[in-house]
Design a protein around this ligand. Structure first.
Ligand code: FES
Length: 260
């Protein structure tokens, strides 16, 4: 009984009996995520070098042009992938640890920021503002729509002057969409959507089909953290590549078809 009490007692911030490098993961998350946010914000406001030939930066896709909108078109669309990632179950854990130290790692004392850490005020994500994280399921629907546009862009990235053209950029665009699909369709919400609400997987043909889908989604879901990071970097790399081409810093190598 006493042991249970002491195990649940609040620890001082950052105090721990762990002897491993527990701080490395939250530190890498803080740096990696922070660098991406800085880069994406700069590119969204730059409002330049986002389109050339058959290539359109994923930060600006789908390109929405409105007469009355005087700012970067990226601002009209980036809130969707940003909101999808910010409410993702994996990223929530990662940035609660890295930025709010709530707690920074298992077995390490945290700060009770936003009511997330141990202590009397613990309330999980059931109160404002964290209850807003529940919009993740709706962000998934929007993110799937945006992913559809990105696949459309990837197909266009293989066509130039009405001919098939494969450049280094085309390969980068397709790889980016594959990584984003692995991340999006490995989403915990999507997994629930395709099969999580079934009580019996073998009771009907529909249930069996759903079970097969659920198994496929589970394969991506098991590595959700991996796909989250790979797709985050691939989006940034794709945008950076378009920027290099559009600003004439480098030229796109043509592998098949007419040159750009
Ligand atoms: S849980 Fe990570 S994208 Fe849905």
């Amino acid at each position: 009984m006493n042991q249970t009490k002491s195990a649940l007692a609040p620890q001082k911030p950052l105090s721990t009996e762990r002897r491993d490098i527990w701080w490395l993961e939250p530190a890498l998350v803080a740096i990696g995520f922070g660098l991406f946010i800085i880069y994406a914000t700069w590119r969204a406001f730059e409002n330049n070098f986002y389109e050339i030939g058959p290539y359109l930066s994923p930060f600006y896709s789908p390109k929405i042009v409105l007469d009355w909108w005087k700012f970067s078109p990226a601002l009209l669309i980036l809130w969707v992938p940003a909101g999808f990632r910010a409410t993702c179950y994996y990223y929530r854990k990662a940035y609660y640890r890295a930025y709010f130290l709530s707690p920074p790692a298992c077995g390490v004392g945290g700060i009770n920021a936003l009511g997330l850490s141990q202590g009397k005020k613990y309330c999980g994500e059931s109160t404002f503002p964290l209850v807003i994280q529940n919009i993740h399921r709706y962000m998934l629907y929007l993110a799937i729509a945006v992913l559809g546009f990105l696949w459309y862009d990837a197909i266009l990235a293989c066509i130039w002057q009405n001919q098939l053209r494969i450049g280094v950029g085309s390969i980068i665009f397709i790889a980016n969409c594959l990584f984003l699909s692995a991340y999006t369709f490995g989403c915990h919400v999507f997994r629930h959507l395709v099969g999580g609400k079934l009580d019996c997987f073998s009771c009907s043909q529909t249930a069996k089909t759903q079970f097969s889908l659920w198994e496929a989604v589970t394969k991506f879901n098991e590595h959700h953290m991996f796909w989250a990071w790979v797709s985050l970097f691939s989006v940034a790399i794709t945008d950076f590549y378009v920027r290099l081409i559009a600003s004439h810093s480098i030229s796109d190598l043509t592998l098949i078809g007419p040159p750009l």
